[in-house]
Design a protein around this ligand. Structure first.
Ligand SMILES: NC(=O)c1ccc[n+]([C@@H]2O[C@H](COP(=O)([O-])OP(=O)(O)OC[C@H]3O[C@@H](n4cnc5c(N)ncnc54)[C@H](OP(=O)(O)O)[C@@H]3O)[C@@H](O)[C@H]2O)c1
Length: 284
């Protein structure tokens, strides 16, 4: 497993599990809880969810899986990095605090390791950040960050002292969505902000990609593992692929131990050229 370092010095796994589309149907719940437990058994220790996913359903699936996995002895709470997100519509001073309490209840934990603003809404950033800082001082969250913030949003966050406590920005990033490389990632590096890559295998599409298939063959891994290894080639990058399937969970986890060669990287650049001009950040 690779690790990345947050600006407070904490080392966290570079590969985590996404949970979008979990918790949407009661009929799927048992399998979803099992998939998250399977992820813990496979070695995943970072999990990404949001109050939005399944209207709290995904947080509740994650909460149940954490409890069961702790009881079964397959994981300890202190090893886990639980990431969740507040909706912009709840991002007011009081709204954030209430939303966080609801998330903690569904997750059945007493602190969130990383709490993100899901995307920027109408509430002034200073107000949301004041609420994040209150939660951090009360121990209800350990760290906070943002999501879907472009470079100009990050610059606005950095325009006031407390905004600089932001530890991560979660954005869409895969070989087929490279816009963030142009000026956002350099900005993150300069300011010690960790990038969390969401939809890193383009919602499954890169599993069928011929370029990653041929790279994967050279390394004895699948196209998906190769596509994830490509995202993880950067030292300050966390990728959070979602999967509800045990073989996929294992396959994806293996990507965190693969080093791509210069030849592999050139092949990706030829097929998925890097962005040459500023474009607004893409979302899925
Ligand atoms: N902050 C935001 O605005 C935002 C937006 C989007 C996503 N996210 C987060 O990022 C996570 C990941 O993004 P995502 O769910 O959009 O897309 P993703 O992780 O790129 O792709 C997930 C899809 O790929 C399939 N898949 C996974 N591993 C595979 C493998 N080895 N071979 C073939 N197919 C595979 C999954 O199906 P199986 O279940 O069958 O494996 C699922 O359909 C989300 O779950 C969520 O936590 C955040």
């Amino acid at each position: 497993m690779r690790f990345v370092q947050w600006s407070n010095g904490q080392r966290v796994p570079a590969l985590g599990l996404g949970t979008w589309r979990m918790g949407e149907s009661p009929r799927a719940r048992k399998n979803e809880v099992q998939a998250v437990m399977q992820a813990f058994e496979t070695g995943y220790r970072l999990i990404d969810t949001a109050e939005m996913y399944g209207d709290g359903g995904a947080e509740s699936v994650v909460g149940e899986a954490i409890q069961l996995a702790i009881n079964a002895g397959s994981v300890r709470r202190e090893e886990l990095i639980v990431v969740t997100k507040v909706l912009p519509s709840h991002a007011t001073r009081d709204g954030v605090v209430r939303a966080c309490e609801r998330s903690l209840k569904r997750l059945a934990i007493d602190t969130v390791d990383l709490y993100l603003l899901h995307w920027r809404g109408a509430t002034p950033l200073k107000e949301t950040v004041a609420a994040f800082e209150q939660l951090r001082n009360q121990g209800r969250i350990q760290q906070w960050g943002v999501s879907n913030f472009d470079t100009s949003d990050m610059q606005q966050l950095w325009s006031f002292a407390e905004g600089r406590r932001c530890i991560a920005n979660q954005v869409y990033y895969s070989a087929s969505a490279r816009d963030a490389e142009f000026d956002l990632f350099p900005w993150h590096r300069e300011h010690s902000v960790v990038t969390m890559a969401y939809s890193p295998i383009d919602q499954g599409a890169l599993a069928r990609d011929a370029t990653f298939d041929s790279i994967g063959r050279r390394h004895g891994i699948s196209a998906t593992s190769a596509a994830l290894a490509w995202v993880l080639r950067q030292p300050d990058m966390i990728a959070i692929p979602m999967s509800g399937s045990a073989p996929h969970l294992r396959e994806n986890f293996a990507a965190a131990s693969v080093d791509l060669t210069a030849e592999d990287l050139a092949q990706v650049d030829a097929q998925f050229p890097p962005t040459k001009r500023k474009r607004p950040l893409a979302t899925t």
